[in-house]
Design a protein around this ligand. Structure first.
Ligand SMILES: *Cc1c(COP(=O)(O)O)cnc(C)c1O
Length: 503
């Protein structure tokens, strides 16, 4: 069991019910409320006799239905909702995820009835407003990344990867190069990259990163050949480092007859400052829920528009929004398109929030997103670099990478540091990613955090480093000690999940 209540001892359970941290309440499972009370829910009896067929199914024991009143039920769910952490509760330094504040204006706009209450199958002339807004978004995204042809359809970054690779494959097939089925993926890449390549029927080859955490040109050259379909690259990469050889890398891939797919999850470091299209990348997905602020904790919702250059534009999915002299239309067919990857035009609510975020900054100020995000990450790096091991030298982009190498000497691991952060009031950073670094801790503050917030986070990290030094090993191994739920046996929970309430 992944929770700590002792079911055999009702007094113990009763004690747990009334346990609080201030006015934040411990909350048992619904089934644990009044678990020995007679059933309070009275179901009406069945009228008439049951047919013989149904009698076989009649219960011999009462149904195990929780006995709760309406206010108890409401409190149960609201109390648990108060245990959630979100960007509106506190700092959320998850690296690679870009957990930035979602301004209220985004919600206001996305909830306008004319945008929120329409149906995907409404006639075009009744949805000209939303088509205009999405057409504008398409154009802005294309301009921001320097790749002018954009599909809004994919539902997330990973889905954008698949869509982009399908376009690349269609393009290579049209050139008669059916043997090009290999995708080169650096070992620092996000796991979705090789997964998307496999889903697209491609074979992946992992490129070993150089000592500086960047793509190694010799390693790349050694693997480029007539079977190369594409290189998937993330720039800045997941170690927070800018791939400064990006132009040469793209040239090498193009000379070998392949195309370059850009994983745009780290666009936050470049937006308004540099454009992947200008660096030689052919195709890029944009995680608008990251860079352009839609909240996406817990796995959704998202959108992963894909922007391409002229080489790939004929393969864009349909429907696609086009404009003629006096109206916006959905172009629904094309001989060369890869087809449709999602119903209708995409996740319009997420795309509208992205439009609002971009518009709020404006063309002249978009660069402040990247500049402030990079400054914040370097501030954190600077404050922590003596207490924690920094695997790659130099300034970072929008996220900074540390490891637990110093704390290892005291028997403390990344997991212990992350758990202890919870006791000190912070959501942990991303841990054990990227895989190329042992005991990785990836911290991404984003542009929305103040210096005071960054300072208190850094103070907490420094306090943990001091606790390690002082030999408080036991405490660090037990952390978190403050929340209602303590450290879980995550391996056990994953391997042997308890999915039903034991009766
Ligand atoms: C988030 C992320 C992805 C996947 O994007 P989703 O929108 O979560 O599907 C891919 N690559 C990197 C580097 C990421 O951070």
């Amino acid at each position: 069991m992944s929770h700590t209540l002792n079911h055999s001892d009702p007094n113990h359970v009763a004690q747990q019910y009334s346990s609080t941290q201030g006015i934040q309440h411990e909350e048992p499972l619904l089934f644990e409320y009044h678990h020995d009370a007679p059933e309070s829910i009275q179901l009406p009896g069945v009228e008439g006799a049951l047919s013989a067929d149904l009698t076989r199914f009649s219960r011999s024991t009462p149904a195990n239905i929780p006995s709760l009143s309406e206010p108890e039920t409401v409190r149960h769910f609201v109390r648990m909702s108060q245990w959630n952490h979100g960007i509106e509760t506190g700092f959320y330094p998850l690296g690679s995820c870009t957990m930035k504040y979602n301004p209220r204006v985004n919600e206001k706009v996305a909830n306008l009835p004319g945008l929120a209450h329409i149906h995907p199958d409404q006639p075009e002339d009744s949805v000209q407003g939303v088509l205009k807004l999405l057409y504008e978004t398409q154009g802005w995204l294309g301009e921001i990344v320097g790749l002018p042809y954009v599909t809004l359809q994919p539902a997330a970054g990973a889905h954008g990867e698949l869509t982009g690779l399908m376009m690349i494959r269609a393009c290579l097939d049209a050139r008669g190069e059916h043997q090009r089925r290999t995708v080169l993926v650096p070992d620092s890449a996000h796991g979705t990259n090789p997964a998307s390549a496999a889903l697209c029927g491609m074979h992946t080859i992992e490129l070993k990163s150089g000592a500086d955490g960047r793509i190694d040109l010799d390693e790349l050259k050694a693997h480029l050949n007539h079977e190369t379909a594409a290189l998937m690259m993330t720039n800045p990469n997941t170690a927070g480092a800018f791939e400064s050889d990006v132009k040469e890398i793209c040239q090498l891939v193009h000379d070998a007859g392949g195309l370059v797919y850009g994983d745009g999850a780290n666009l936050n470091a470049l937006v308004g400052v540099a454009r992947p299209g200008d660096m030689g990348i052919d195709c890029l997905h944009i995680n608008v829920h990251k860079t352009f602020s839609t909240p996406h904790g817990g796995g959704g919702p998202g959108a992963g528009p894909v922007a391409v250059n002229a080489t790939l534009k004929d393969y864009l999915p349909v429907p696609h929004i086009v404009k003629d002299a006096d109206a916006y239309h959905l172009k629904t067919c094309s001989d060369t398109s890869i087809g449709s990857v999602l119903g209708s035009i995409g996740q319009s609510g997420v795309l509208i929030r992205a439009n609002a975020y971009i518009a709020a900054y404006g063309r002249q100020n978009l660069h402040k997103i990247a500049e402030d995000a990079v400054l914040n990450a370097n501030y954190v790096l600077h404050r922590l670099k003596d207490a924690y091991h920094v695997p790659f030298d130099g300034i970072c982009k929008h996220e900074c990478l540390l490891t637990d190498a110093i704390q290892n000497k005291h028997g403390i691991k990344t997991l212990d540091i992350a758990k202890r952060l919870i006791d000190l009031g912070f959501h942990p950073m991303t841990i054990y990613f990227p895989l190329i670094v042992h005991g990785a801790m990836l911290i991404e503050p984003t542009e929305t955090e103040s210096r005071a917030t960054l300072d208190s986070f850094c103070d907490a990290m420094l306090e943990i480093a001091t606790q390690c030094q002082a030999g408080e090993t036991e405490l660090l191994h037990q952390a978190p000690v403050k929340p209602f739920r303590r450290r879980l046996d995550e391996t056990q929970a994953a391997r042997k999940p308890v999915l039903a309430w034991p009766t």
